[in-house]
Ligand binder design. Structure first.
Ligand code: GDP
Ligand code: IMO
Ligand code: MG
Length: 423
């Protein structure tokens, strides 16, 4: 069976967690392929909200295997807290949650290094979630990292000590004020490693291969969004992994030829949390309303998300890079009551009008060119069928489908599992 992918097309927080949860009933396996606890994936059902950081969003379904893939970086301390929340809700995960031996471990000193690096950058900081993501992927590519499989080896603590010592020297090198008590952090870390080791570690690429041979259905769950991709995002204001479709190949060991559908998910407007360029960002009442009605606060850090109009130039680029086959539009309900809507269809760039994403999209280089649409007044949150959607929203959707040349097969009209319209 082909492996389907679900990934964010903007700067993250598109609603991936919700849709993976909705889709899980159709899949035997949900597999996270990159990122780490910088992600915050929100699921809402039975009147309850759940936020997952490292654990795949299929965990609340019985009979689904959830794989944390080799491309993911795991902080045992945060992972333990996630498990404790599942325990409190009596979610059985001992058999359904498995972890790749090749996934890398975030050490306490990786988090400290993240903080030191950000502090040293001053105003130019990335706006990182400070979860140690960048330093951990640096150790991975630098061939110094500690992997989940290492935790099964007798001498892994020696390797840990050597790496932590090196990190302490690096933190000192930054010469910035980062306060910490490593003894406390390590006590918490080693305790959490014990919990992590109570789970099943697997050779996930082999597991996924065998599952495919047996005809199992697999959905790969992305974290972050395409514009945060280390290669194709708004560098350097990006995360440290490939968030795009190619990341699923390297993050799970799936050959490109095995990929089936690529579900691309986007908000009916745009948000971004952290620093970096955002051509359609709004500083007016429209942006304020998106943030307030959309409850745009980070699921991991609680920071307010910046809001703006939908950017079709960027969205087209993301569809292209990922080979999106179906689109999923989220949070249309947030725009109910807007008298008008704008969509950026081109950029004014150094005197020219362009429709592709150029190398540099800093505000001084780019002026968005907008098409205007009539807004809709109806509350969408109680709707469950495509026929109920207001004409103005259908016009908005039809325009996007025509511009992107990809069908929008799902429209989400609220955070709950049930507030999902299949077209
Ligand atoms: P993810 O990181 O892509 O999983 O997205 P987040 O969970 O970080 O952010 C999405 C937020 O929007 C969460 O608070 C969701 O509960 C909420 N949400 C998802 N879909 C919808 C929708 O269609 N309408 C509204 N109003 N909220 C939604
Ligand atoms: P989900 O999976 C939104 C952003 C951070 C920062 C930049 C680098 O919930 O969509 P990092 O911690 O990786 O060093 O931060 O990337 N960022 C996210 N923004 N959603 C996310 O994940 C994000 N993960 C990282 O805000 O700008
Ligand atoms: Mg999120």
């Amino acid at each position: 069976m082909a492996v389907d992918l679900l990934l964010g097309l903007q700067w993250g927080d598109e609603g991936k967690g919700k849709i993976v949860d909705v889709f899980t009933s159709k899949y035997d396996i949900i597999a996270r392929f990159q990122g780490g606890p910088n992600a915050g994936h929100t699921l809402v059902f039975n009147g309850q909200k759940h936020v997952l950081h490292t654990i795949p969003s299929g965990i609340f379904h019985d009979n689904t295997i959830n794989i944390v893939g080799n491309g993911v970086v795991i902080d045992p301390v945060i992972f333990k807290k996630e498990l404790e929340k599942l325990d409190a809700q009596k979610v059985p995960y001992q058999k359904s949650l498995v972890i790749s031996r090749k996934a890398h471990i975030i050490l306490p000193t990786h988090r400290l290094l993240d903080a030191a690096s950000e502090t040293s950058k001053g105003k130019a900081k990335i706006g990182s979630t400070l979860k140690g993501i960048g330093p951990t992927y640096m150790d991975k590519t630098g061939r110094n990292g500690i992997r989940v499989g290492d935790l099964e080896l007798a001498d892994w603590k020696l390797k840990y000590r050597a790496l932590a010592n090196k990190h302490e020297a690096l933190i000192a090198f930054y010469n910035v004020d980062v306060q910490y008590n490593l003894d406390e952090l390590e006590a918490e870390f080693f305790e959490a490693v014990k919990t992590l080791k109570s789970l099943q570690f697997i050779d996930s690429e082999e597991y996924i291969y065998q599952a495919q041979q047996q005809g199992k259905t697999i959905l790969a769950e992305g974290a972050q969004g395409s514009l945060l991709d280390i290669d194709f995002g708004t560098y350097p204001f990006v995360t440290s992994s490939n968030t795009t479709a190619a990341g699923a190949c390297t993050g799970l060991g799936i050959p490109p030829s095995a990929i089936g559908d690529v579900f691309g998910i986007f908000k009916a407007y745009t948000t971004r949390v952290g620093s970096g360029p955002f051509p359609t960002e709004l500083f007016d009442e429209y942006g304020e309303t998106m943030g307030r009605v959309g409850n745009e606060f980070g699921a991991t850090t609680g920071r307010a998300r910046r809001c703006g109009w939908l950017d079709l130039v960027a969205l087209k680029y993301a569809c292209q890079i990922n080979g999106v086959t179906q689109l999923i539009m989220m949070k249309g309900d947030v725009l109910s009551g807007f008298d008008m809507l704008k969509v950026c269809t081109a950029y004014k760039y150094k005197g020219d009008t362009i429709t592709h994403l150029p190398y540099n999209i800093e505000a001084e280089n780019i002026k968005p060119i907008y098409s205007e649409f009539k807004g809709w007044q109806a509350d969408l949150t109680g709707m469950s069928k495509g026929e109920e959607l207001p004409q103005e929203l259908n016009d908005y959707i039809a325009f996007l489908e025509q511009e992107l040349n990809i069908p929008i097969t799902i429209v989400s009209v609220g955070p709950d599992r049930k507030q999902t319209i299949v077209r």
